[in-house]
Write a protein that binds this ligand. Structure first.
Ligand code: NZQ
Ligand code: ZN
Length: 392
């Protein structure tokens, strides 16, 4: 077991109609002039944006709005947001939407609180020393960005998708009303469930220190999301299932399932980020498309964990060698992905990279991780290329 710090400063306000509390929460955390930041229109269509701005007006909180955060959010909009915040003397950013709007808000927050080019942080050139306070009204259970220390931004020039993590950007509050996720397309619900499970699995498949309590939390979380993802496919308006998945999304990426280990593997995420950058695929679907190939490439180096996963999460009852059980677990996970209409290879994801594109992704991925990375198995550029090739 490794030593650890656990820091989750986000006040969670969970339940039906909780979005009406947004003005009180902004005041509680010292905001007086707010940037309301959102995505490409779902919150306009659903009426949520209007409801939020009405609440702000009733509470005499000044605000400006900026929409347009696309999935795999762009650096150019971040620059626009920084200028707007400076011009309008904004002191608080409210993200209304999913991971993309939240991550874009975090990047804007860094850009306002620090001198120089905000991309430097995502390019690993320097570290931020602050961030404007962020609040969130969440509309999709997926990334956990509502409690996480991460944000992921795509620089359009060169299609470079990179993440930056620091405690400064952890949201001050997160309003989570499961009903707000009922307007999601089925595909996005499934992508979200996949991402939630992957955030837990990235931390589970390690060779560096483990705790029984952490494993139990992780396995329980995985079983819960697996069960409720299937329920939501048939009953998208099932409040209990929406709520289970929504809370799981936050717990999967607020650090809880990583306590006591080396921080996790994270190579599936790094491999996906290149896909998201180059082909603009949905993050969860990209993860599902490469996970099986990654798992078969690394499982022998992390056999105990893959066997435990097969038995405790995928409910494998067959007897056999450790390797056979591990492989049955991987196959069962892929079967689960297929059952919720997630792809398990690049073709099913809808992309057909050329040999040169596979090499380019492997190269960018290796550069992005500083040469090599991974805890289940340490991977270099050659390994990354082999996994991409296996996932075609
Ligand atoms: O653009 P809008 O209008 O928001 O529509 C979105 C978008 O089209 C739509 N949507 C969201 N809530 C909805 C809805 N449509 C109808 N009803 C609702 N209630 O769904 C689509 C996906 O939204 P997005 O915010 O892009 O999804 P997600 O939350 O999965 O975020 C993905 C981004 O987060 C990054 C990903 O790489 C990707 O760029 N990640 C961020 C992390 C973090 N900050 O901790 C960790 C993750 O591993 C991930 O990398
Ligand atoms: Zn993710």
């Amino acid at each position: 077991m490794f030593d650890f710090n656990y820091f989750t400063p986000t006040k969670v306000v969970f339940g039906k109609n909780t979005q009406v509390k947004v003005a009180d929460l902004i005041k509680e955390f010292g905001g007086s002039k707010v940037l309301v930041h959102y995505g490409t229109g779902s919150v306009v269509k659903s009426g949520l944006l209007k409801q939020v701005t009405d609440v702000l007006e009733c509470s005499n909180i000044e605000y400006v709005t900026l929409g347009g955060a696309v999935p795999n959010p762009h650096l150019s909009l971040v620059y626009e947001g920084i200028e707007l915040c400076k011009k309008e003397n904004v002191d608080f950013i409210l993200a209304v939407g999913g991971g993309s709007a939240i991550d874009s808000a975090k990047a804007i927050g860094y850009g306002v609180a620090n001198e120089g080019d905000v991309w430097d942080f995502y390019d690993y050139k320097r570290k931020a020393s602050g961030c404007l306070p962020i609040g969130v009204i969440l509309t999709i259970a997926a990334t956990g960005s509502e409690m996480s220390d991460s944000s992921v931004i795509t620089k359009e020039e060169g299609l470079v998708k990179r993440g930056y993590s620091s405690d400064y950007c952890r949201p001050r509050f997160a309003i989570m009303n499961p009903e707000l996720t009922m307007t999601l397309p089925d595909y996005q619900t499934a992508c979200g469930c996949t991402d939630i499970m992957m955030h837990t699995m990235e931390r589970y498949f390690t060779n560096g220190g483990n705790m029984e309590i952490t494993d139990s939390l992780a396995e329980g979380l995985l079983r819960t999301v697996k069960k409720n993802a299937v329920i939501l496919k048939e009953q998208p308006d099932n409040y209990e299932a929406r709520a289970e998945v929504m809370w799981a999304g936050s717990l999967a990426h607020n650090g809880l399932t990583g306590c006591g280990n080396d921080g996790g593997d994270w190579m599936t995420h790094k491999l996906e980020h290149e896909l998201g950058g180059l082909y603009d695929v949905a993050h969860g679907a990209g993860l599902a498309a490469v996970w099986g190939s990654w798992a078969r490439y690394v499982y022998k180096n992390c056999l105990d964990r893959f066997k435990k996963f097969a038995i405790n999460v995928m409910d494998i009852k067959e007897s056999g060698s450790d390797e056979e059980i591990a492989l049955l677990g991987i196959k069962a996970m892929e079967d689960f992905y297929r059952s919720i209409d997630m792809p398990v290879n690049l073709r099913e994801l809808g992309v057909e990279p050329t040999e040169d594109e596979l090499k380019l992704m492997a190269h960018k991925c290796a550069v992005g991780v500083g040469g090599q990375m991974g805890s289940a198995r340490l991977l270099n550029e050659e390994d990354m290329l082999a996994i991409y090739k296996a996932s075609v």
